[in-house]
Write a protein that binds this ligand. Sequence first.
Ligand SMILES: [Mg+2]
Length: 124
Amino acid sequence: MKEIQDFLKEFQKEMNWEIPDGKYNESRTALLNNYMLLTTEVSEVAEEFRAVFNKTAKIAKENEVSEEEAFRLSKECHQENIGKELADCIAYIVKFANYFEIDLEDSIYKKMHEVKHRVNKDQE
Ligand SMILES: [Mg+2]
């Protein structure tokens, strides 16, 4: 994860896509713009999922195969694009982590530990 954070830090510098860290209003505007871009990318993941489901129905209907087989074929067709959209999402998430000087690997382990050990209030 550290490698990815370092890579994206350099990439964003090279592309001149960094979140400025000087004047409050400039940082605030850049953070909000990047947040909007992240939500757009999350929507693009949903669009890919929708395309997978639509293609599953089409394949199943046109080829007389089971839905499971059609789903497998459809996932295969969209695998690359889903990967691209997930990468876009991660790039923005890492950008925020880098801006706030967060070690994402450490955060992920700590958060998942917390999730694993928290008491589910619905079951109390
Ligand atoms: Mg995208």
